[in-house]
Design a protein around this ligand. Structure first.
Ligand code: ARG
Length: 299
């Protein structure tokens, strides 16, 4: 089946990343340069047309600063979509690593990376599908957003070593007869726009059966209101959303497996190496496990 094939491809991509950063980065660069530029231009004009509407004034300010602040002592601009607990979300009761209210696993990992590099972290909260264009245009340095390594994205950005595994989970209402992926045919599936949940669901069940929302939580609200029959989203945010809302359940059968990594502009090997070095240190020192344990309680 299509889905199975995808799992294998993703596992292969992730394995390649784990073995060598070159496999994740430079190798396809030359051949895809033209494609990348076209994709960037297309995405940018889409953004201008309004797709990137939640770029805040703060983010705009960060963008101008980014150009001037390269190298040690400067800023490290992280593009994310802070609607994805426990990886990145707003919590007004705490102060995050960049001094804003954005916290979560990715925010803390990025904080540690910035510290390792002697740079100041600045988090920019934008639409998920604007993150890659922001990296391509140089407005942000790293994309840290529970972002799955996929072959398509590898044509437009380079990915660091992976730091987490995830599965695409299916959320349904408590009384739903949907018991697994096979029952999703001809059902209306809610997803966050531009995520792998969106891409896989569209591929496997057809565009017309997928309802796209700006945030994962919007898709969950639509499920509660009976506007969609199921939501496909990464398992950790899925657990959070099911925990926060009554009458929902998470299906046992996963839909697809994937790996998260940090994205940088294609060809920015220097930054990629620094990010990988920092990730390596976080893994070896046990700090990564500590960060994860702070946000995800072991079952
Ligand atoms: N892992 C999925 C993807 O890469 C979803 C990520 C969504 N992240 C977010 N911060 N909203 O497409």
């Amino acid at each position: 089946m299509k889905k199975m094939k995808k799992d294998i491809v993703l596992a292969a991509v992730a394995a390649a990343c784990a073995i060598s950063l070159a496999a994740c980065g430079g190798s396809t660069q030359e051949t895809t340069q033209a494609e990348t530029t076209t994709a960037a231009a297309a995405q940018e004009s889409k953004e201008e047309a309004g797709a990137g509407e939640d770029t805040s004034a703060e983010a705009a300010e960060a963008e101008t600063e980014s150009e001037a602040a390269e190298g040690a002592g400067g800023q490290l601009i992280m593009a994310t979509n802070a609607e994805f607990p426990p990886y990145e979300y707003h919590d007004s009761s705490v102060t995050g690593p960049d001094g804003s209210d954005i916290v979560g696993i990715d925010a803390e990992i990025a904080g540690a990376i910035a510290e390792n590099m002697g740079r100041e972290l600045v988090i920019e909260d934008i639409a998920f599908d604007s993150i890659i264009p922001e990296l391509q245009s140089g407005k942000a340095d790293i994309g840290a957003a529970g972002m799955t390594v996929t072959e398509d994205r590898l044509m437009n950005v380079d990915f660091s070593d992976t730091y987490a595994t995830a599965v695409q989970a299916i959320i349904v209402t408590g009384d739903s007869e949907i018991a697994g992926p096979d029952d999703l045919a001809d059902k209306l599936i809610g997803v966050q726009q531009g995520t792998t949940g969106d891409i896989y669901a569209s591929d496997d069940f057809g565009d017309e059966n997928v309802e796209r929302y700006p945030k994962g939580v919007d898709a969950v609200q639509a499920l509660i209101q009976g506007k969609v029959d199921a939501v496909i989203i990464d398992n950790e945010p899925a657990k959070v959303f099911v925990g926060e809302n009554e009458g929902l359940k998470l299906l046992d059968t996963a839909y697809a497996e994937e790996e998260y990594a940090i994205a940088v502009k294609k060809g920015n090997t220097e930054l990629l190496e620094q990010v990988n070095k920092a990730i390596q240190e976080l893994k070896e020192s046990g700090k990564l496990d500590e960060i994860v344990a702070k946000y995800i309680s072991a079952e």
